[in-house]
Design a protein around this ligand. Sequence first.
Ligand SMILES: *[C@@H]1O[C@H](CO)[C@@H](O)[C@H](O)[C@H]1NC(C)=O
Ligand SMILES: *[C@@H]1O[C@H](CO)[C@@H](O)[C@H](O)[C@H]1NC(C)=O
Ligand SMILES: *[C@@H]1O[C@H](CO)[C@@H](O)[C@H](O)[C@H]1NC(C)=O
Ligand SMILES: *[C@@H]1O[C@H](CO)[C@@H](O)[C@H](O)[C@H]1NC(C)=O
Length: 350
Amino acid sequence: MKKIKSLRFPIPVLCVFYLSVWCNGEDESVAAPMKRTEVEALYSAVQAFGVSCDLFDGFWRLKALSFFSCFVSPRRYPVSIPNQNWEVLAASLEWLEFRSNPGLIGQIPFKFGQLENLQSLVLLENGLTGELQANLGNLINLRRLNLAGNSFTGRIPDNFGLLNNLLILDLSRNSLSGSLPLSFGALNSLLKLDLRCNKLEGRIAEELGNLKKLTLLDLSNNRFSGGLTKTLQNLCSLEELVLSDNPTGGDLMSLEWQNLTGLAALDLANMSLTGGIPESIAGLKGLRFLGLNDNKLTGDIPTKLASLANVSAVYLHGNNLTGEIKFSAWFYGKLGRRFGAWENSVGRKS
Ligand SMILES: *[C@@H]1O[C@H](CO)[C@@H](O)[C@H](O)[C@H]1NC(C)=O
Ligand SMILES: *[C@@H]1O[C@H](CO)[C@@H](O)[C@H](O)[C@H]1NC(C)=O
Ligand SMILES: *[C@@H]1O[C@H](CO)[C@@H](O)[C@H](O)[C@H]1NC(C)=O
Ligand SMILES: *[C@@H]1O[C@H](CO)[C@@H](O)[C@H](O)[C@H]1NC(C)=O
């Protein structure tokens, strides 16, 4: 384990530091005061950042700790999260958040894997690097894990599949690589899975089809290949499916789109898709956004698309779609500029 030096730079004056202390205040006789060891651990964790803060007597057990926009200067005042003492907070800490701290660098402390009562771990938009350690998979009470907007590298640990209470998993905007762990198929509470803007590759795992509660799946801007995985059609709770900007390839016809009855946004732009546009897409009555642009689609545009009552944007440009486009003047009038069919062999008929 790499030793992380604790830095004692004065923090910038504009720092907005707050320690959200959640008191268990309803019944004071039941609420346990924070243990002395916990207070000391907290002091030590906080002081390692060069932050001083007054804690008062009778302090209750610390449930939530949040550092928002505290460490903002990666060049002048880079700070890393100290690795010591976190285990003393393990019994009480439920929410831990470091958000919008570009000056917060280095790795996730190994000991975060011992904060076993955490329900929410948010390390959003910091300057953190390194690989995601497998022991985060021990945090089985997590409902939200958000590590987005850092510079994490390496594979997503298989152990993340153990987090079967997770509702939200957001690893977007990092540099994660490798394939999706097949173990993700066990995350059966998951509502939102956002992995966009990484370097993930391989086939979109069939196991994702098990995530029956998923409302958002965003895998856009990665390197997924091997065609559209058929089991995506089993994601019957989906409202947003965003797979754009991947070299996925394959054929839209291979899925039964009509099964995704709740879908409001379908973005499959720039995926090297071939073949025609299936009429079943017109069966997605709740669709508001349809992006099929910049693929290699051929054939006629199904006129039934014009029957999508709630659609407000349709992008079909950058394909080789042919034939007459038979939308009604009403349909064009409604969509206006949000209908894009340019750069096809046959353009929009006026
Ligand atoms: C699609 O939905 C129909 C009826 O709701 C169901 O019988 C069928 O199994 C579903 N197909 C898939 C592949 O989920
Ligand atoms: C299309 O997707 C590829 C990745 O497959 C990406 O490199 C490229 O920038 C995307 N093109 C556009 C116009 O976004
Ligand atoms: C269309 O949108 C309206 C208003 O948002 C909504 O009430 C209705 O259910 C939608 N129709 C479909 C088919 O989803
Ligand atoms: C469209 O078809 C032409 C001729 O078949 C081909 O040369 C061109 O590359 C195709 N364009 C796209 C975007 O697939």
